[in-house]
Structure formats: structure tokens, C-alpha cells
Design a protein around this ligand. Sequence first.
Ligand code: ADP
Ligand code: MG
Length: 653
Amino acid sequence: MDLTLSSLPKIGPASIKKLANLNITTSLDLLYHLPFRYLDFSKITTIDNLSENDFVTIQGQIIDFQNIYTRFGKNLQKAIIKDKTGVITAIWFNSPFLSKSLTIGQTISLAGQVNLYQHKFSLFTPYIGNSTGKIIPIYHETKGLSSSWFRNIFSLNLLKLISSISDPLPVDIQKKYQLLSLPLALKNIHQPQNQSLLDQAINRLSLNEILSLQVTSKFIKEKQQASSVHRQLKSVKLPLNSLPFSLTNSQHQVISEVLSDLVKSSPANRLIQGDVGSGKTVVALAAAYFVQKNRQLSILMAPTDILANQHYLTAKKLFPKLKISLLTSSHQDQIPQTGLLISTHAVIYHQKKLPPVSLLIIDEQHKFGVLQRSFLNHQANPPHLLTMTATPIPRSIGLTVLKHLDLSYLDTIPQNRPIIKSFLVPPSKEKDCFQWLSNHLQTTKQQGFVVCPFIEESENLESVKAATTTYENLKIVLPDLKIALIHGKTKTEDRQKILADFAKNKINLLVTTPIIEVGIDYPNATVMIIQSADRFGLAQLHQLRGRVGRSQLQSYCYFFSATKNQPAINRLKYLINHHSGLEIATYDLQTRGPGEIFSLIQHGFPSLKLASINQTNLINQADQLINDISLSYPNYDFHQLTANSTQLDRISN
Ligand code: ADP
Ligand code: MG
């Protein structure tokens, strides 16, 4: 589209600046700034036919208008409207300018939601004129650019913007799948003619998003298959029988999947999903050992220093012959030529010094931002990529949208560990809970965690207890326990000392922030208390809970919450009764949308605005459609299916 934003009427330099706040820099971005919800005022109703909470448009004559100043310096506008069936009051706030446009005797239409006010139906801040009698879109806004600004801009420019759009799908395919054409879909998404056309528009544009995901995934896969690794590895035998435990069947299975990747000449891209405690680390280490036996280098990246240190210790224990180096913000071994380098993202700043890397393993990959996207890009050959996460992707999604990723599932937990007994604790029971904790830890010699959401007490979040305050209080309330505190601001040496003491059971109770969320592994820790649990996401709570229950000992998790919000309580209750990460993620997907799963999907992927990753029907339809096109149009250029979505230009690899 060669229209520039500045060539559009009503868009001047000031608006262009503000649009940039919404990442809108081209007219195509503008066109794809899609509404995120709608208000349906298409129902035109007579005043005697209103019911409370209805969204309606009424039409009538203004029989009274007043501009009222209250004692508190506030200002409101009150109009009485009459049609042939009755009268209704409309009220606006701080809109004195209305007295210029609304005059007694004038006929107007108003749209809004019907409220009961002083026992009578009324409309608060109703829309006037243009926005009435139809479905109106609501947009993400920024300071100075309201939804009504966008509606106005589109009423002036939409046709022009759309005129340069052509539909990349062949007409017979559109027909076969009963799709609205792309221009018509874009028209109706911004200015819906009626609900049915709006539904069709949403369907068409959602399908486009899924198509671009699938096509992108396909391109990435092709690119992967066309490139080759720096050294093709040879099959070697691993000493898996001398590990301190026997591997589960799924660990055996996943290790063999990984090893069969490693002997190929094209780079692997495999995601290992396994619930907290399913034993992903040993799989990663086995792969690294395989690489070392081929006299090549692996890197294992962890999101925190704590976790990198822990992997270092685990690796020494499980594979004593593995040559391991550590590179974190506080500890920097020399960069090795072969073996395993365990690191945080600190390694990114040393990447120019690295020899060719054969295998890159990213643990808890959802914790990494886009940082590593270009990591190792400068090397002549890409490494095999192995990512690991405890945030599961339902299989159906994985197999259809993420074709470029090979998925492995660790779906058994070692040794039939007992389920973590979980409880929701209201403020009135907190004291008892801590008393129980104190007795329990003293009699069993087991250990516990108390997790607080933030480090500092925050005035506007009253129920949030700061870790420091909690720590100070607990020292007084539970004098028989040895209690320690770590949080994000604790100095690294102090933190390491505390964790080492914790590992030696010199500390009974560790008060901390969610920095312990990922990965840490202390089998003797059996009690987890999470304060203000309603402030965390479910996946995160599940991860936190997973810090206990890591041995055959019975473990306990207490979710403290003062919330009265029923949906929040329901979510916590769900967690109490469910222990499978996959189930919890699926529930989260249904109740809160696909945010967490989506952040897991490879970086550089187009984001979904309308479609949702759990729309299996749509995903299957897109799959079929791509097949149909490939069969009927052998020369079809699939890049077209990525071209209309602006985000897609940004996909480089
Ligand atoms: P996660 O998948 O959460 O990263 P870890 O790899 O940290 O899990 O493993 C959790 C704990 O289970 C560790 O203490 C690990 O040594 C232990 N573990 C892993 N596999 C087995 C197994 N097959 N049998 C017994 N314990 C195991
Ligand atoms: Mg782990």
C-alpha cells in the first residue's frame, strides 16, 4: 500500500506521533488496528420498551436541557427526551460543550446502556447521532486517540485504505470455504453492517491470522531443513545405566528422540514439554554428554543465576565425566572448546568468543524474552536447538500451528510421588497455618518456603505483603525456626550462601519472592506458602507449587488470599483440585485466554489479534485450505498469505 499516513485527511504530525505509541506507523498498520470489542446499538427501541441493562438506540425530541454545576465543582448535562411512547433522561458529565449542539425541540438519536436511576430508566453518557443505530467498534486507545477518533478516521478513510487491498485467496477457495472477501471483511470489522457480517468478518480475519502462522511455520521449517549444522554428530553410547536413578519410560523416549535429532545434518528445533518435576534436566544433560563425546560444545542457558548454579551441581552429580564450565553474572569460567557451558543470558555478551556451538539448550524458555533471537546468528552454521518448558502446549495445537517445532512430551512424573496437598487459606486462618508449619518443620526436619509477590510494600496494593516485612514478622512469630530471606535485590554472594545453607538443611524456612519460581530443586522442601496468591497467574502458581513435592515425602501447598473476587477464588480452587500442568494450562486457556501459551511459541511469530490458538476448527480449516491451494495452484506463492499482516514483515528468521 503506497498510501502514507500523512496523506490521509485528519491525520497530522501530532496524530502520527500518537499513533506510533500504538505501533501504528503505516497506513496498513492503521487498517489492521482492529477493534477489540463492539457495542451493539443496532436495536432501535421506543421508550416504553426499554429494560434495564439493554444496549439500545432511542429516537426522540429534546424537551428539556440543563447544564448543571454541582457544589463540588463538577458539572453535568441533563436532557429529557420524549418519543411518542414516553420520556427518558440522559445524563453526561463534564461536557458543557453539549449545550452548543443540543437544543430544545431538536430531534436526536441517542445510544447507550439503560440504567435504573432514582427508580427511572435513564441513559448515562449516551452516544449521539453518528454512533447510534448500529454496532460500534471499540479500539485500543492512547492518550489523545480515543475510540471515537478512530471511528471518525475510518469513516473518512476506510474505503480508500481498503481499495488497495486485494484478496490473496483464489476466488474458488473463498467460495468453497464460504469466506468473506478480504476487503469486505476489513470493511465490516471496522464498520459492521450487521452482526452476521461482523461474525463473518471476524472469522475471515481470524483465519488469515492462523494461515499466516501456519505458512510462517512452514517457511521456517523449510529454511531449517535447507541449512546444515557445523558438524554432523556420530552415534555414541551413553552411560544411562549408571545414573543414580533409573529413567522413566518417557525420559528414555525423549532422550532417544533428541539423540536421533543430533545425528542429522540439518539443525533440530525441538521443544520438550514436561510438567514441573518431570525430570527435564537429565534429558538435557544426556544430550550435552552426547555432544561432548563427539568433541563438540553445548550451551545450556537458564533464566536465573540460581538455576544455572543448580544445573551445574546436578550435572556434576549425574554425569561426572561431563566437562562443565559456568558463566553467569557472578562466575565466569574460561570459555571452553568442547563439553558443556552452563550459563544465563550473560553468555550473549560473550558470544563472539564462542567456538562453533553444536547444541543450544534453553531451559524454561518462556522466561526468556526476545533476547536470544539473534543469539549465535553470526555463526556460520546454526546449532541444534532444544528448548524446555513446563508450560504445556496442547498436542492438537502443536501439531498444526507449530510445524517447524518438533515436540516431545515428558508425561510421567518419576517414582509416583504423592500429590501435593493444596489448600486455600483465608486471612483468619493464616496464624494457625504458620503454627502448624512451625510444628511440622520441627518434628519432620523438613523445610519450607514462603513466597511473597513483591519486594517492597506497595501502598496501593494493600494486601500485598512485602517479603521483608513477612520475614521480620515471622522471625518474631516463629522463634523456633531458622528463617532466611532472599529476593531479587539480595547480593549474589549472600544469596549463594543462603541457598547453600538451605541445601544443607541449616535453614528451616526460606522467605522469598517469585525468583525461586523456576527450576530450583530441594527434595527436602515440602511446604510452600504463597501469599496474595490471587496476584499470580495459574501457570506461575503451578510452577511455584512445583518447588515442593520433589521427593517421596508428602508435600503441602497453602495459597493465602484475602480476595473476595469470585472468579479469582474459583481459579485458586481449580488449582487446589488439579495437579497436571496440561490440565491447568487448558483451564487457563479457557478462562483467561492463550497469553501464557502464546508467549511460549517461538519468537518472531506473528501475534494473533483475533484468532485464538485454541480454535481447533479454524486451525484445521486453515490446514485443509493450504492443502487445497497446493493441489489446485501448484505455483501459488504462499508468501502472499503472510503479506497482509503487518507484523509479518518483521519476521526475519
Ligand atoms: P524439571 O522437569 O522440573 O526440570 P528436574 O529435572 O529438576 O525437573 O527433576 C526433578 C527432580 O527429580 C530432580 O531432583 C531430579 O534429580 C529427579 N529425577 C529426575 N528424573 C528422575 C527419575 N527418573 N527418577 C527419580 N528421580 C528423578
Ligand atoms: Mg527444570
